[in-house]
Design a protein. Structure first.
Length: 611
């Protein structure tokens, strides 16, 4: 969603800011803007549309070595030039960019209007610019703190002020803010992606923290009701490959990230498999064997694909550990006043670690005294910091909106958790070893599936012709179907609906026709015969079929017309992930054949940081 960048140093700020904003495009946005501070004061340029449109239309005289920039995802007011950030006060001496939502914006707008201030935009952010401008405190830090003290809600914010031309002030409350230390220059961003081209030495602000950033360094403070107290935040080197944010030889990040899955899968498993005892070795859980044994229930919370992989995880935990487990959309959880039980383990799943619905669900659990662990990809993200322990996913930066490699690693993390929970209960050492061996084989098997991309592309092109599709599966296969439908609709914009195969005959079969294909998940498991019977019902009604299955499965009469995708067999319990991989490739090639922007699907954002 919204993105922030800032620069202060010896270079002209505008090109650096444009570059930073370009690196944040994947987050999703509808308008962009810059403010630079130079000899002739503060200048602002902003407009609806793409960053490149903004860059092409920047005024000729747009010099300044201090600046802030923003990509906006509309929340208060439509996407237009006026509502784009930065926002300024009436005299044009203050510029503010803001991520998050000011909940009491209406009251603050009314108060400012009452005082004679003319507000020009529909946004919540504009009030901040006016509040900073109206403050009579001595320093920019105090003025910003005074303004923020009036605000209820969340923010990552950067402020430039013509009266303080040697600094930017930034602050964070619920929305990430990172400071990057360059060579005689400093950077600011809401996401590492905008910084890594310039520096990998960074400091993450905490909630309630503010910083002064000058060309030579930064100073941090805690915003207390009584004023600002210094904090001792230091910049640290982050272990990140700067090319992680380049698509390289690939036409899109999604393609690159799908292809990275074998290596990333190895990374999440590395050092966490105990072959001798046939168990997982997940130190970050902060739970010893006795505590693991005391768990009576597991509740998994995530959104979108993280929720669907949570369903796969719940089924793994029930099967391997025989502990009741279920997954629930984190976005719904706190609104039903959930009962938090002391012997339930809550598991928050999030690639970004920023998804506000998941973060608020975690806070609801903790507020009621529950224990929550995180399966999170982004190290040091809000959710990672909020939980009692967890498993980092080691998927590397994921840029494409459609999650692929992070989702695979979520599944593998669940598998290790389920095995470890099982091994302190009744999962035998023999079964534990069998599963560990199967996990170890998965990276190569994922590679085998990806190697069939050309064949999958042909199937995908045919699927892309349909306006509407079904994805069906049963038990272990149902969350696979849900995730397949999610990926397909997300980037191909086709209506893709997931159903339990067993439920087709209770209603949706009425929709099956030659125009409505079905992608069926049919692993070689205890349900294979029932699944094949359902395929025959679809085929008999002229419904085109794509069947994701295992070699040797006899598809009966449906086999004659079905497009068949065979994936390698894993341990039966672990089959879902190999069944999921071809569905990613199908979605990708369907979107490609339809000419869509794969990495930036319409209306969607990589990190959903507003409710
Ligand atoms: C996945 O392809 C989607 N873009 C989306 O459903 C995503 O999984 C969801 O928004 C949760 O994001 P998170 O993992 O960063 O919390």
């Amino acid at each position: 969603m919204c993105g922030i960048v800032g620069y202060i140093g010896a270079q002209q700020a505008a090109p650096v800011l444009v570059e930073g904003l370009t690196r944040l495009e994947h987050r999703g946005y509808d308008s962009a803007g810059l403010a630079v501070l130079g000899g002739s004061g503060l200048k602002v340029a902003k407009r609806a549309g793409r960053v490149r449109d903004l860059a092409e239309t920047l005024p000729k005289r747009f010099g300044g070595k201090i600046g802030i920039g923003h990509t906006r995802w509309a929340t208060h007011g439509p996407a237009n030039d006026t509502n784009a950030h930065p926002h300024s006060d009436t005299a044009g001496r203050v510029a503010v960019v803001h991520n998050g939502i000011i909940d009491n914006a209406a009251a603050l707008r009314a108060e400012l209007a009452e005082a004679g201030v003319v507000l020009v935009s529909d946004t919540d952010t504009e009030v901040l610019a006016h509040l900073v401008a109206r403050s009579t405190e001595a320093t920019l830090e105090q003025r910003t703190a005074e303004a923020l003290a009036r605000v209820e809600g969340t923010y990552g914010v950067a402020v430039a002020h013509a009266d303080f031309p040697d600094r930017l002030v930034v602050a964070r409350n619920g929305s990430p803010l990172i400071i990057g230390v360059g060579d005689k220059e400093m950077h600011v961003a809401s996401d590492l992606a905008a910084l890594v081209r310039y520096t990998t030495t960074v400091a993450h602000l905490d909630d309630g923290e503010m910083a002064t950033v000058t060309a030579s360094g930064f100073t941090t403070y805690r915003i207390d009701p009584s004023g600002l107290s210094a904090t001792d935040r230091r910049a640290k080197e982050v272990d990140i490959d700067p090319t992680a944010y380049d698509a390289g030889e690939h036409d899109s990040f999604m393609h690159k990230e799908m292809r990275e899955q074998p290596a990333r899968a190895e990374a999440v498993l590395r050092g966490r498999l105990d072959e001798r005892f046939g168990t997982g070795h997940l130190g970050g859980l902060n739970l010893d064997a006795r505590e693991l044994r005391a768990i009576r229930r597991v509740k998994i919370l995530g959104c979108g694909s993280a929720y669907y992989v949570g369903e796969m995880g719940a089924s793994l935990i029930e099967e391997l550990a025989r502990v009741p487990a279920d997954a629930e959309p984190a976005s719904e959880f706190r609104y039903r006043n959930p009962i938090i039980e002391p012997d339930t383990l809550y598991v928050a799943v999030s690639q970004s670690g920023e998804t506000i619905d998941t973060l608020l669900a975690v806070q609801e659990v903790r507020r009621k005294g529950g224990r929550v662990i995180g399966l999170v990809n982004v190290v040091g993200s809000a959710i990672a910091r909020e939980v009692d322990g967890g498993i980092y996913l080691h998927a590397g930066p994921e840029v494409a909106v459609a999650s692929t490699k992070a989702l695979t690693n979520m599944y593998l993390a669940f598998a290790m958790l389920a095995i470890q929970l099982g091994r302190v209960r009744d999962l035998s050492i023999a079964d534990g070893k069998r599963l560990i061996a199967a996990l170890t084989a998965l990276p190569d098997q994922i590679e085998q599936v990806l190697a069939t991309e050309e064949d999958l592309a042909l199937v995908a092109k045919r699927l892309a012709e349909a306006e509407s599709l079904f994805f069906v599966g049963r038990v272990r296969g149902f969350p696979v179907a849900r995730e397949g439908a999610q990926k397909f609709k997300e980037i191909s914009y086709r209506h893709a609906e997931a159903y339990q195969t067993s439920e087709l005959k209770h209603g949706p079969l009425a929709l099956i026709s030659s125009q409505v294909p079905t992608v069926a998940i049919v692993p070689d498991d205890e349900l294979v015969e029932r699944n094949v019977a359902a395929l025959e019902q679809i085929a008999a009604r002229g419904g085109p079929l794509v069947v994701v299955t295992h070699a040797g499965v006899d598809l009966g009469d449906a086999g004659a017309s079905a497009a068949r995708i065979d994936v390698p067999r894993s341990a039966r319990e672990l089959d879902p992930i190999l069944l999921t991989i071809p569905l990613q490739v199908l979605a990708y090639h369907a979107a490609l054949s339809l000419g869509h922007d794969i990495d930036k699907p319409r209306n969607l954002a990589k990190s959903v940081t507003v409710e």
